[in-house]
Design a binder for this molecule. Structure first.
Ligand code: SAH
Length: 206
């Protein structure tokens, strides 16, 4: 596993104890070099299971949250997955380790540029574009699954429309108090089932 092998193995054990995530998801988390997604000053904290600041009031999501969301989405290798909120690109890297083709939209230009460069340098084939995630990314639709890493009062209609019937969308829903919500998209692009996965705290959708 190379650098931080002990820390990574320990993180995997913590996540196995704390979540119901599958071995496949735990393996993917273990493989991603999270220290590459934070500043050098934070590298020693990179394998703690908590969010960390990455500058500009933004954070890198906690590993358990990434694991729980990846587990709910359960992408098959080759699935096209839409992400809203690239941030530093960590979650997208875990998705890519699961074999998904990730298309990610980030509102902040500088974050989009940095994440694109970082993911490419680390060998992750993730497409990143600057834009408003409310509009999704129509060019590569339909997606097999989609998720938001920023909270909205409701899942944007464009994201549901761009997900194929039977596909899953996972998002923190709510302003103020948020619930991690998973929905299945029906034939008509409407929400078919909706399940609640507990209280969460994400930055709001801008
Ligand atoms: N996925 C990240 C966490 C991202 S934090 C990780 O792996 O750790 C949420 C991100 O959503 C921030 O980078 C923020 O700039 C972005 N964001 C907020 N509103 C957005 C919008 N309307 N469209 C796209 N991205 C948005």
């Amino acid at each position: 596993m190379g650098e931080y092998a002990t820390e990574r193995a320990r993180l995997r054990e913590r996540l196995a104890a704390r979540t119901d995530a599958s071995d496949r998801v735990l393996d993917a988390v273990e493989r991603v070099p999270r220290h590459e997604f934070v500043s050098d000053a934070r590298a020693s904290e990179a394998y703690a299971d908590r969010p960390l600041p990455i500058g500009d009031d933004q954070t890198i999501s906690a590993p358990h949250m990434v694991a729980v969301m990846c587990d709910l989405l359960a992408p098959e290798p080759g699935d096209a997955v839409l992400e809203i909120g690239t941030g530093c690109g960590y979650h997208a890297a875990v998705m890519a380790e699961l074999g998904a083709d990730v298309f990610s939209v980030e509102y902040h230009d500088s974050l989009a540029d940095e994440a694109r460069a970082r993911l490419a340098r680390l060998g992750y084939d993730v497409r990143v574009r600057q834009g408003d995630g409310r509009e999704g990314w129509p060019d590569h639709a339909p997606y097999d699954a989609a998720y938001l890493t920023c909270a909205a009062s409701e899942i944007p209609g464009a994201v549901l429309d761009q997900t194929r019937p039977g596909g899953t969308v996972v998002a923190p829903v709510g302003r103020g108090s948020q619930r991690l919500t998973a929905v299945t998209v029906g034939e008509d692009g409407e929400i078919r089932d909706r399940t609640d996965h507990g209280g969460v705290r994400f930055v709001p959708l801008l």
